[in-house]
Design a protein around this ligand. Structure first.
Ligand code: 13P
Ligand code: SF4
Length: 352
């Protein structure tokens, strides 16, 4: 199938489903995919919007945890599909549920009240543990509010899996380094330093995003030398030194707003996934000079292409006609569904 045939097939199937189908995409998706999306957003916006969609089908262009969150929040008659079911966020896989449970057991062994807060970039199993233990999910756009909520209710918070986001929010909340502790997980957490953990208010899981940890302060110094007056804006999954050295940090929607509000003629160097940076550069061409701090691509997001989107829609078309089950459909285990949904809904309530 040629590119233009594929484009036309997707649009024909969108037309055939009409209001029964919404195609949604995260800002990190490639332009060829975004071109077919009814809505795009950051993790928080997409979670909110998917909870309100009343079409029969949602095709989610993003990574697995995002489609899974959409499936948890969507109404009972809405079915969610992911064009590339193996597209997993590598950071989400850094906190296996069994190990999270073990660490929580150790941290609360003497009845210390520890609440877990999971970044939405986490698995269903982790969200279920968090929900069952009274915690909540957060995204990069609301991590500060959710963490404040949890710290208010407990002696300490276990933030997982992104230690960098955790430290960056800890900095915003003025939590001194002496009140933070990164848990050690080697040998099934046998090396966890319980004495240090018991003194900390902010406990951090040692996960990270390998796309955002490619940004460093040398790149910031270089861009400032080459483009005097440049504003540097980065995602809070970057390491704290980079966030501190930047002019601003925030979620993907924050970065988009920052570009919209920047005065004409400015130069921005952006530290986040390259698809978003290039789209912003094209959208603001002639008004702003937008450069990547360095090119960094998320290979997991890139697994969704116009080709996989087309294949998923063709499969949906067939199963819609025959009543079968599409291999692209996201299915949620019943055991984990209730608690994981509680954790997500708690986030939406806290940030209402
Ligand atoms: P947002 O919460 O900004 O959408 O980011 C999600 C993500 O995966 C960043 O790497
Ligand atoms: Fe996961 Fe990082 Fe890709 Fe975001 S950019 S989906 S955190 S691997």
């Amino acid at each position: 199938m040629s590119n233009s045939e594929r484009y036309d097939t997707i649009e024909r199937l969108r037309g055939r489903f009409g209001a029964d189908l919404k195609i949604v995409g995260h800002h990190y998706q490639a332009d060829e995919v975004i071109a077919h999306c009814d809505l795009r957003g950051d993790s928080l916006e997409l979670a909110r919007r998917c909870s309100l969609i009343d079409s029969r089908y949602i095709v989610f262009c993003g990574v697995y945890f995002m489609a899974e969150s959409a499936a948890l929040l969507a109404g009972p008659d809405v079915r969610v599909f992911l064009p590339e079911p193996s597209a997993e966020c590598s950071m989400a896989l850094m906190s296996p549920p069994k190990l999270v449970r073990r660490v929580m057991d150790l941290l609360t062994r003497e009845r210390r009240k520890v609440i877990p807060v999971a970044y939405v970039n986490s698995t269903l199993g982790v969200k279920a543990i968090v929900g069952a233990m009274g915690g909540a999910v957060c995204t990069s756009a609301n991590a500060r509010i959710v963490l404040e909520w949890a710290l208010d209710k407990a002696d300490a918070v276990l933030f997982l899996p992104d230690k960098n986001l955790g430290h960056n929010i800890g900095d915003l909340l003025g939590i001194p380094p002496g009140e933070r502790h990164e848990v050690r997980l080697r040998r099934e957490a046998e090396e966890l330093d319980l004495e240090a953990a018991d003194k900390a208010r902010l406990l951090l899981w040692p996960g990270f995003c390998s796309i955002h940890t490619r940004f460093n302060t040398r790149q910031i110094l270089r861009v400032r030398a080459e483009h005097p007056g440049v504003k540097v804006v980065v995602h809070p999954e970057c390491v704290p030194e980079v966030v501190k050295a930047a002019d601003a940090a925030g979620s993907t929607s924050f970065i988009i707003r920052y570009a919209e509000e920047a005065p004409a003629g400015s130069t921005l160097a952006i530290g986040t996934e390259i698809n978003l940076v290039e789209r912003l550069a094209a959208e603001h061409a002639g008004r702003l000079n937008i450069l990547p701090l360095v090119e960094s691509a998320c290979t997991h997001m890139a697994q969704t292409t116009e080709e996989t989107l087309c294949a998923a829609l063709e499969s949906l078309d067939e199963t819609d006609r025959t009543g079968g089950v599409s291999p692209y459909q996201v299915s949620i285990g019943m055991e984990e569904k209730v608690s994981a949904t509680d954790a997500l809904e708690r986030m939406l309530d806290i940030c209402r």
